[in-house]
Design a protein. Structure first.
Lengths: 401, 401
């Protein structure tokens, strides 16, 4: 209705098709919806069949290991319901996430409570509804769990200090490795059942072989705990399963099989309950964001880089561009033309709402206000990070098909 | 109900009282509410009388200049209604923010649309309801405004490249200074009315004298525009008015008067309509967040710094801790005891949800899970930045009294 230019602004997209190395960013079903829809605000479209395919591929690679989907990556009820219907299990960060899993049809014993920093009320509620597997990395958290979920099973999260991930984690989670066996003793003393270990190699760890050094450390602690008389069965390998953001990554089945091989090489006997918590690796590639260009400008005519402002930014779904850590791929209605470097920014009156500046993005020189843009592999950590309405812009809308 | 420790956990706060240099962080009315309330989640309490006092102090210092409150800092309807009742004007970033101002009782001609990156539909809607003052910093934005708000008044935003603010802005907003007069010509050609200039010295600019170098540049462009035949009246000096976060800042009246003096020294004749857009400087000191400690731990016993995890973090209200830019002050129920360094983190399962790590915070050694904590001067840029519910944690609640 308010498009400023005729024809071109609502022109066709030149789709990035798959080749042998990289997955197709979205299928025909999504393409048809995107072409037909006139969204009035930035919208994430999730292909549930793609989520299912990813679950099946990861499952095939993981063999006997169980998937506990990391709900925080995308807690949309339709995503959880599809996964629950396939027998997928879940890892939740809070009472509200556990409730979503139960509403999606998961039995409580398929839900782990993996946050090492839990609200006391959430622990008591989880215990009351039947969740029985909790994470801890400190004395005080174990005391909370012992008081509010007496007799529960706990796994001890280990701090991973040297990650090879694209987005290494901070030191926020996990105890020092040499503390783990002592904490198992604390748990047992408090009437809890120490069940195993967990760790996280870091988000977007691009090759299975990168898991080696971390698994060396974990296997050593596991052996120490066994020698100390603990009978462990839970090996929670966390997330880190990568998604495709432009740089080649292994496919999900081969990657998952590679990780299992790395584990098998280090554990004389496979733990009874190996669990993995893919979040990004489950849903990122199943989502495309439909957005719009609001403005293209230069600060002065002699500048080489243009500024391209979108109707979505850091505070309305693209928080993972923080420090330019995750680099999204784009398709625009002007694709095919000659490109030039752009600084990409969001629509808010906030100067921190700049997406890519240090390493500009190549976009068509013909790009202009009103052009549509698609942001690929956006199924994870987008809608859940949206602000409630910073600058009066509504949160990212989500449509599942 | 679920408190783990008796007595101490719900103990008394040792309030930071005002001295001659710094404002009291909150008054007795807020103190009484905080003491009596049992919030079930992190809650921002806004003292509307404090907002009013701040408006009056800024107005006194600004003299004939008009305040357009930057709605994005805190768009709570009660804040807007109180300010509107005092005759305060508003600066809005979007259609939704304009609508909030009108609902609060502001006439449309008291609302400026200061975002230089506007959605086309928002421009048309604003024009239709009577908003007549728009920002622009580029040819394309002027074309959008000319098409959708024909005849409107526009001011040209200047890029400020050398800021002395605590939180300097990026290059996101504003044209190069030498482009401004050309853009005024473009506006006039397109049937718009070029009304003046705007700029922003950067958020949290702590002394009025720091405005000097920027005002030198602005006065020069203003003179050039006059020589080129433009009759300007709007000088929009933006925000930058500071709040107290621990380091001394000038009081609002003296600061505002100082800024006006800096303008007067550079403009032979004061512009007809000087407008300021305080956001942080209007509401930050009127807000206190009531939160809770979820966990205190060490990664290993020999560590000096503890990790303190709160039930509020980067994704639920404290986004301005990004890069540790804004350093909040804290009060806890354990205050008065010996302190030690802490890394402060939020409750989410996200390793980026760490508030202060590079420069740790001093907190009581006696602090433990269940203790209450108050975060001071949190009225600006907290509730509006909250995520919709990352990790299942609800957005920051807001109570205005």
């Amino acid at each position: 209705m308010l498009a400023l230019s005729q024809g071109g602004a609502r022109g066709a997209f030149l789709r990035r098709l798959s080749d042998s190395d990289v997955p197709a960013p979205y299928g025909d079903k999504v393409e048809a919806l995107l072409d037909a829809a006139e969204f009035d605000r930035p919208t994430l479209v999730i292909d549930l069949d793609r989520v299912e395919a990813q679950f099946r591929a990861l499952s095939a690679g993981l063999g006997d290991a169980h998937i506990h989907y990391a709900v925080k990556a995308n807690p949309h009820p339709a995503v959880l319901a599809r996964l629950a219907s396939l027998g997928c299990r879940f890892d939740a960060a809070s009472r509200a996430e556990i409730a979503l899993c139960l509403e999606a049809g998961a039995p409580a014993h398929h839900v782990s409570f993996g946050n090492t920093v839990k609200k006391p009320g959430d622990i008591a509620w989880a215990h009351a509804v039947g969740v029985d597997l909790f994470a801890a990395d400190s004395d005080e958290e174990l005391a909370k769990i012992a008081a509010l979920a007496p007799g529960a099973r706990v796994f001890i999260r280990l701090l991973v200090e040297h990650s090879q991930a694209d987005w290494p984690l901070s030191r926020k989670f996990g105890c020092a490795p040499e503390e783990a066996v002592r904490l198992m003793g604390v748990a047992r003393e408090a009437g809890l059942r120490p069940a195993g270990l967990s760790f996280h190699v870091g988000s977007q760890t691009r090759a299975a072989t990168m898991w080696g050094p971390t698994l060396d450390m974990v296997a050593e602690i596991w052996a120490e705990a066994s020698e100390a008389g603990f009978t462990l069965d839970v090996l929670n390998i966390g997330g880190g399963f990568p998604a495709f953001y432009g740089d080649p990554v292994e496919g999900p089945e081969a990657y998952a099989r590679g990780v299992i091989d790395e584990i098998r090489a280090r554990f004389p006997q496979m733990p009874g309950y190996v669990m993995a918590e893919p979040g990004r690796g489950m849903v990122a590639e199943a989502g495309v964001i439909a957005a719009e260009v609001l403005l293209v400008s230069k600060k002065r005519p002699s500048d080489i880089a243009r500024w391209v402002y979108l109707d979505i930014g850091k505070f309305s779904g693209l928080a993972e561009t923080m420090d330019e850590a995750i680099r999204y791929q784009f398709e625009t209605t002007a694709d095919g033309a000659e490109t030039g470097p752009c600084v990409l920014a969001g629509p808010s009156c906030d100067s921190a709402d700049v997406l890519y500046e240090k390493r500009p993005v190549q976009l068509p020189l013909a790009l202009k206000a009103g052009d549509r843009i698609r942001i690929l592999c956006c199924g994870a950590y987008t809608s859940s990070y949206s602000s409630v309405g910073f600058n009066g812009f509504p949160p990212l809308d989500v449509v599942c098909i």
